[in-house]
Design a protein around this ligand. Structure first.
Ligand code: PEP
Ligand code: MN
Length: 248
């Protein structure tokens, strides 16, 4: 299965989705996006942020969507952002190329049905306490409504291990790809929570035959309002691909 987004064929070309955790301002998003543009397929940035604590930064909401749309158009790069609530679906769909369903909403069946009724490409993240079977069953809620423009993202699961934020289940991602025949990518930032693990795991995912990666990058990570410890700087991010050309 190949999903076309602009000039990119997800499932055929190795896909690199990167950008900040959250859209914080147009200036910061542009600065990050310009810095990484040559090495990305798709620009990410959250407007609606699912935060564990209600006093954490929740995202700019509709203002964030407008910023994402403007930056995507100005830089001519496709974008992805999370839709958390079916009531926002229309405005999110108008502002981005790909709808992301986050880990915490993997089993929000009414939301899955609603995105399934659109024709927009959808990225379904695996819930961090969900089995592969449950993840695939969730995907079927979307395809059953007629939307086959679907790809999956492994983003780490909860285990007893505390050295990493979650435990990256590469085997699970490969199984999901074989069972569904959908493209499967891996989120290297949320799965590990540690920026120094992104580069070695990027190489592992490339070697695995999976379809791409998601990486959080910020032009000034120490100032990031969300997930600052896992964000790469623009320079660290670009360095991965310099070495990539050298090795392969
Ligand atoms: C994200 O990608 O912005 C995000 C919140 O990730 P997850 O849903 O995997 O936690
Ligand atoms: Mn994040």
């Amino acid at each position: 299965m190949v999903i076309k987004v602009g000039d990119i064929s997800i499932g055929k070309d190795f896909c690199v989705i990167a950008g900040p955790c959250a859209i914080e301002s147009k200036e910061l998003l542009i600065r990050t996006a310009k810095g990484i543009k040559e090495n990305i397929s798709i620009l990410r940035g959250g407007a609606f942020k699912p935060r564990t604590n209600r006093d954490s930064f929740q995202g700019l909401g509709k203002e964030g969507l407008n910023i994402l749309k403007e930056v995507g158009e100005e830089l001519e790069v496709p974008t992805i952002t999370e839709v958390m609530d079916a009531r926002d679906l229309l405005s999110v769909a108008e502002s981005t190329d790909i709808l992301q369903i986050g880990a915490r909403n993997m089993q929000n069946f009414s939301l899955l049905r609603e995105v399934g009724k659109t024709k927009k490409p959808v990225l379904l993240k695996r819930g961090f306490a969900s089995t592969i079977k449950e993840w695939i069953a969730a995907a079927e809620y979307i395809t059953a409504e007629g939307n086959n423009n679907l790809f999956l993202c492994e983003r780490g699961i909860r285990t007893f291990e505390t050295e990493t934020r979650f435990t990256l289940d590469i085997a699970g991602a490969i199984i999901a790809k074989r069972k569904t025949r959908l493209p499967v990518i891996v989120d290297l930032s949320h799965s590990t929570g540690r920026r120094e693990l992104v580069e070695p795991l990027y190489r592992a995912i490339k070697a695995s035959g999976l379809d791409g990666v998601m990486i959080e990058v910020h032009c000034s990570p120490e100032e990031a309002k969300c997930d600052k410890d896992q964000a790469l700087t623009v320079e660290e991010f670009n360095m991965i691909f310099k070495k990539d050309n050298y090795i392969y």
